[in-house]
Design a binder for this molecule. Structure first.
Ligand SMILES: NC(=O)c1ccc[n+]([C@@H]2O[C@H](COP(=O)([O-])OP(=O)(O)OC[C@H]3O[C@@H](n4cnc5c(N)ncnc54)[C@H](OP(=O)(O)O)[C@@H]3O)[C@@H](O)[C@H]2O)c1
Length: 266
């Protein structure tokens, strides 16, 4: 069988802004969109890994621009959008992926932890949507929000993340209602357990706490979540690219669980 990439329709020459694009799921999404012909605006705080992703995008024959900074700062989002317009002239696709919510015992989590969790993932996404909306309306573009399975299946070590991801789902549905009028598709993907730096910390913590091997720690995490397996960032990236492409035209206001069985409810 040929390993040639089958082109997804409607992504060639699209301009995609991807937040949290320096590693993990965001970097994989940026690479996957570039593989299907999109140019990308890459943003996160640390410029060095962003430059590596930019080099990978270049090696795939596409253009990128890097805007390094903290998405929790109120004026940073407009820098990203301005850079996209200065470099590429427009924005067609927005992927709100940046997120880092603290896990822990509820009583130990502080107001600052809650503020941080919402500031980056929820308010970062809201602000990027508002700033990009005029461009997306012009280009009849699309928004793809990355949520998380905890939004549907909240649990006690993940009070912040569960709440943020539930809010992301409600926001996605509400914005999709506006998007129907403005011709902007708005959707969300809920990953379950995906092998990235975020999950690596949980794996290492379990290895240390129980004195077990990596393989056992991963099995333990899979069993606790009752999932088939831990996914890879590329698994999420392929789903995101499909939903943003013309093949995903029927997705609108969709909240897609890509979680290996994490979500048990209907
Ligand atoms: N991995 C999973 O199992 C899993 C499961 C469910 C949902 N998710 C969701 O998927 C998304 C990506 O997760 P991931 O596992 O790929 O995370 P990750 O590997 O930790 O990457 C997070 C990305 O966000 C950026 N970021 C962090 N703080 C930022 C800030 N203040 N301003 C701007 N950018 C910032 C990071 O770059 P810098 O640090 O350089 O800023 C990085 O590019 C998150 O929304 C997460 O909640 C992940």
């Amino acid at each position: 069988m040929s390993d040639k990439v089958l082109e997804l329709p409607g992504l060639v020459d699209k301009i995609a802004v991807v937040t949290g694009a320096s590693r993990g799921i965001g970097a994989a999404i940026a690479r996957e969109l570039a593989r299907h012909g999109a140019d990308v605006v890459l943003t996160a705080r640390d410029p060095a890994p962003l430059a590596e992703v930019a080099a990978e995008v270049k090696s795939l024959g596409r253009r990128s621009t890097v805007v390094a900074g903290d998405l929790t700062l109120p004026d940073f989002g407009s820098k990203v959008v301005n850079a996209a317009i200065e470099t590429f002239g427009r924005v067609d696709l927005l992927v709100n992926n940046a997120g880092a919510t603290k896990r822990g015992n509820f009583v130990d989590l502080t107001d600052a932890d809650w503020d941080d969790g919402f500031a980056l993932k929820f308010f970062g996404a809201v602000r990027m949507c508002r700033l990009c909306w005029p461009e997306l309306r012009k280009s009849r573009g699309a928004v793809l929000n990355i949520g998380g399975a905890g939004g549907r299946t909240p649990d006690k070590p993940f009070t912040i993340g569960s709440s943020v991801n539930a809010a992301m789902m409600a926001f996605t549905k509400a914005l999709a209602d506006l998007g129907r009028e403005d011709d902007v598709r708005v959707n969300l993907v809920n990953p379950g357990l995906i092998r990235t730096d975020r999950l690596e910390k949980r794996i290492v913590d379990a290895m240390k706490a129980d004195g077990i091997t990596r393989e056992l720690a991963e099995q333990q995490l899979s069993n606790q979540a009752a999932i088939t397996h831990i996914g890879e960032a590329e698994d999420i990236a392929r789903i995101v690219a499909f939903m943003l492409s013309d093949s995903g035209m029927l997705f609108h206001g969709s909240l897609v669980d890509a979680d290996a069985g994490y979500t048990k409810g209907v």
